[in-house]
Ligand binder design. Structure first.
Ligand code: FES
Length: 165
């Protein structure tokens, strides 16, 4: 008699433990995505003194490469990444300048400016972009990503939030 009661209580306890474990996992699965934050970067990325880009703004020099480092938060992970941009003239921007991402829109290789050909060249599959980032040849499906630059306190800056938009 005593053995049967002990067995029954043990079986009920085990069943309750298993049920709460499954319920906890299900709850974490459902609520987990709500706790994750979207990737974001709130800071402005500094491209240096705006006066350093006067020749570019005047159209007397080619695109200038700038490498910036930024913090990217993605879910629970935070990491530092370096990104390459080409500063190019932009008559529609108040600063007179825009930043082109130097990441190829085909499969993500890094492009480089070729002054002799006056084009951005991708070494991976022969993608060719014009000085404004438009596709001239090869497999890239769209132009290089163009981002607005602003001048603040005499510094040329890029709103990093635009990178994740
Ligand atoms: Fe640039 Fe393919 S990654 S052309």
């Amino acid at each position: 008699m005593e053995t049967r009661r002990t067995f029954t209580l043990a079986a009920i306890g085990t069943a309750l433990a298993a049920a709460s474990s499954v319920a906890g996992a299900a709850l974490a699965f459902v609520l987990g995505p709500l706790r994750r934050r979207a990737p974001r970067e709130s800071a402005f990325l500094d491209f240096g003194p705006a006066s350093a880009f006067e020749a570019l703004r005047a159209g007397t020099s080619g695109p200038e490469e700038v490498v910036v480092e930024r913090t990217v938060e993605d879910g629970y992970m935070t990491r530092r990444v370096k990104e390459r941009f080409a500063v190019v003239p932009d008559v529609q921007a108040a600063s007179g300048l825009a930043a082109l991402s130097m990441t190829c829109t085909h499969l993500g290789c890094g492009v480089s400016w070729n002054g002799a050909r006056k084009a951005f060249l991708c070494p991976c599959h022969g993608g060719v972009y014009g000085p404004g980032g438009n596709v001239l040849a090869g497999p890239p499906p769209k132009p290089l990503t163009r981002l607005p630059l602003v001048v603040s306190g005499g510094r040329l800056q890029l709103d990093a939030a635009a990178l994740d938009a």
